[in-house]
Design a protein around this ligand. Structure first.
Ligand SMILES: Cc1cc2nc3c(=O)[nH]c(=O)nc-3n(C[C@H](O)[C@H](O)[C@H](O)COP(=O)(O)O)c2cc1C
Length: 357
């Protein structure tokens, strides 16, 4: 019996050769948002390793949308050439190239994890004024954001539109809107970070409004045969926060708007939530959204073995498997997983003499 993990999957006009996706992972290794050799080798080696879809790290749609001064960016036409070099390589090596479009909102203007990951105030070198739905800081050590006014919100929409045009020029085939992990669009979804009293705050319909507007904008630009994903945090794991029920209701709306897959993560709104961490702990969210809305889903989070990934797909809990840390540990995970599952998949011709049979 052929495995589920190595069966192709089609969304719109695009076929993924298998179900293995490299999950977005910030590298904090850019200068002024530009992709460089690190990004090419990092993402490129995972295409060589056999992933069906390689998603870029969060690419900031504006300079102030960066988590750190070193984030990848797509706010300037000048960013396109460096990204195109990467998508050309991914495509030539059998992976579908995808990009995650992001704005960090109140979690912007921080230093890098290996520099302590602390907030940088606008008056310190490298810092800038952050923006968010409400002037509520993430944590005691985070900068206090300025609440976006209507003009600011329209600028965010325009930045997403322009970034989408550039992503297309850069050769990406999948676009993923980052609405998870407590970043800007998730900040609008969650009542903890969104305390607005206008048409963007309060009721569920108001809190999802900006994300739906941006999805409509992006979908109108992104070609009809190219898939559009949205990454959500299915729960805030916090009292008074965004809930799994709301995630199901949002996913149904996103499906109607032409989103093709929900990438189901969790958390990020509050600093230290209690999370029942364990293998595949977020898979039930992907399963529930898929079952209750009919929307294809991606499962992510502590998925580390071929057998585990295969079991998730075989049980119909998700359509794609996203790997983050396991993909860092083993860029060749798909080649190894095929061997484990008894699949004979082509290896890069340059590597054929090393293939296990
Ligand atoms: C180094 C690193 C950087 C990350 N950067 C991003 C990112 O840019 N966008 C995103 O949505 N998630 C990001 N994540 C989260 C991962 O995509 C993934 O959801 C999470 O690590 C859980 O999956 P895992 O258990 O396979 O690592 C990052 C994770 C790591 C380890």
């Amino acid at each position: 019996m052929p495995s589920h993990l190595f069966s192709p999957f089609t969304l719109r006009g695009i076929e993924f050769k298998n179900r293995i996706v490299v999950s977005p992972m910030c590298q904090y290794s850019s200068v002024d948002g530009f992709a460089n050799d690190w990004h090419l080798v990092n993402l490129g080696s995972r295409a060589v390793g056999g992933a069906g879809l390689v998603l870029s790290e969060a690419a900031a749609i504006s300079p102030e949308g960066r988590i750190t001064p070193h984030d990848l960016g797509i706010w300037s036409d000048e960013h396109v050439a460096g990204l195109k070099r990467i998508t050309d390589f991914l495509t030539a090596n059998g992976a579908v190239p995808g990009i995650q479009l992001a704005h960090a909102g109140r979690k912007a203007s921080h230093n890098r994890p290996w520099e302590g990951g602390k907030g940088i105030s606008p008056t310190e070198p490298g810092g800038w004024q952050t923006v968010a739905p409400s002037a509520v800081a993430f944590a005691e050590t985070s900068p206090v954001p300025a609440a976006l006014d209507e003009e600011g919100i329209q600028k965010i929409r325009a930045d997403f539109r322009e970034a989408t045009h550039r992503a297309l020029l850069a050769g990406f085939v999948v676009a993923e809107i980052h609405a998870a992990h407590g970043y800007l669009l998730h900040q609008f979804l969650s009542p903890i970070s969104n305390q607005r009293t206008d048409q963007y705050g309060g009721s569920f319909d108001n809190r999802v409004r900006l994300l739906l507007d941006i999805v409509a904008d992006v979908r109108a630009i992104w070609p009809a045969d190219y898939p559009l994903f949205v990454r959500i945090s299915a729960t805030d794991w916090a009292e008074g926060g965004w809930t799994p029920d709301e995630s199901v209701a949002l996913s149904a709306l996103l499906k109607d708007q032409g989103v093709d897959l929900i990438d189901c993560s969790s958390g990020g709104t509050v600093p230290r939530p209690t999370i029942p961490l364990g293998p595949g702990y977020q898979v039930p969210f992907a399963e529930r959204i898929k079952r209750e809305t009919g929307m294809p889903t991606g499962a992510v989070g502590l998925i580390t073995t071929a057998e585990q990934a295969e079991a998730i797909l075989a049980a119909g809990q998700a359509d794609l498997i996203l790997l983050a840390r396991e993909s860092l540990r083993d860029p060749y995970f798909p080649l190894h997983a095929a061997h484990t599952l008894g699949e004979d998949i082509p290896w890069p011709v340059q590597y054929e003499r090393a293939k296990k049979v």
